[in-house]
Design a protein around this ligand. Structure first.
Ligand code: 3HC
Length: 322
């Protein structure tokens, strides 16, 4: 299981050189020397990110066959395919740190690896697909545009590509919500219900509050994270409240208040008990998500076997020809 790194102390001279490179804003590349703790933190964070992308396909994939029009179906299929690509892309980035993706995938399948809590909630109506694009991908954009400046080169570069696609995801989601919000009363009620259900879990995507974030000190010091969990959460709230107002939807937080500028929004207390329960595996859909991933892994075994057999034959042919 990829857990918090307990690693032996590194050579202090090398650490000092490394810290100077970080302070200097340099990009750390796979073949560069890095503290073992830096490497382990990246494996932890990047593997969970990749797992999140893969599991994130499930709640939305649930609505591909029920999209209300061909146009909606096309954009949803494209989005779900993008998420798969993001997952594979970030697994590749994780492998540059010397870890094997099969080990990571095994940890996801046996329930010992984390993935984003947000994907453990059910998608109950078509409006959920719009709200996921708007809130969840919107939150991912806030987080990942900053990760595109992370000190570890492969991760930062992966984020540049990912963010371009996330922007499409958010726009198609917000358009679904704006159409429903200006539709029939039943459509408006459906999208308002989805907003009510997804708002607080979306704020939880940014992690626990800063005081309860054991990894942030490392990640901020080494410029993997450039802002804290609470800072990014606040940035997301400030961005999203005006968007909700613009399409006539309300957010389920009676404590939401703007400052005099109208740009900074204070908000109510997050239910951290719910957050830690979902992270611990006790959310509404945790068991379904792992069951679906394990079923897909088992049903796809023949593809892996066929690919392996083909590769072995190819190796024999090449060896025979040499
Ligand atoms: N869901 C599940 N676990 C979470 C979590 C969440 N929303 N937020 C935090 N955690 C876990 C952390 O993994 C950590 O556990 P660990 O030490 O066993 O790994 C623990 O809670 C304490 O949290 P920390 O704040 O100390 O952890 P981090 O410093 O890693 O911060 C994070 C958490 C902000 C999620 C950070 O890991 C991060 O930015 N990750 C990369 C981006 C990412 O994963 N985004 C979310 C999903 S991807 C997505 O949205 C796809 C899009 O296409 C829709």
């Amino acid at each position: 299981m990829v857990t918090k790194p307990d690693v032996p102390a590194d050579d202090p001279v090398k650490v000092a050189e490394f810290e100077a490179r970080i302070a200097n804003g340099e990009s750390i590349e796979p073949k560069d020397w890095m503290p073992e703790r830096y490497r382990k933190q990246l494996i932890r964070m990047m593997s969970q990110h990749a797992h999140s992308e893969i599991v994130g396909m499930l709640p939305e994939g649930n609505w591909i066959t029920r999209a209300p029009s061909l146009r909606r179906k096309l954009s949803l299929i494209a989005k779900v395919q993008d998420e798969a690509g993001h997952g594979l892309y970030i697994y590749c980035g994780t492998e540059t740190l010397g870890v094997d993706r099969h080990e990571l995938v095994t940890q996801l399948l046996n329930g010992t690896a984390k993935y984003s809590s947000i994907f453990n909630y059910p998608t109950l109506s078509w409006a959920d697909i719009g709200v996921i694009g708007w809130f969840v991908d919107g939150a991912a954009i806030v987080n990942q545009t900053v990760l595109a400046k992370a000190s570890y080169g492969p991760y930062a570069r992966a984020m540049i590509r990912v963010c371009k696609e996330e922007n499409f995801h958010k726009r198609q989601g917000y358009e679904i919500c704006s159409v429903l919000a200006s539709g029939t009363p039943a459509q408006k009620a459906m999208v308002q219900d989805a907003v009510n259900r997804w708002w607080w879990p979306s704020l939880m995507m940014f992690g626990p509050s800063d005081k309860d974030s054991p990894n942030s000190a490392d990640l901020l010091r080494w410029k993997i994270k450039r802002f804290s969990n609470d800072e990014l959460r606040q940035r997301f709230v400030n961005l999203t409240v005006p968007q909700a107002m613009a399409i006539g939807l309300t957010l389920p937080d009676p404590d939401l208040r703007s400052d005099e500028s109208g740009r900074e929004w204070s908000f109510g207390e997050i239910d951290w008990t719910e957050f830690f329960e979902v992270v611990a595996g006790n959310g509404p859909c945790n068991k379904d998500r792992l069951a679906a991933r394990n079923a897909a892994q088992n049903e796809g075994a023949w593809v892996r076997d066929a690919a392996e057999a083909f590769a072995a034959k190819h190796r024999e042919r090449v060896a025979g020809a040499a």
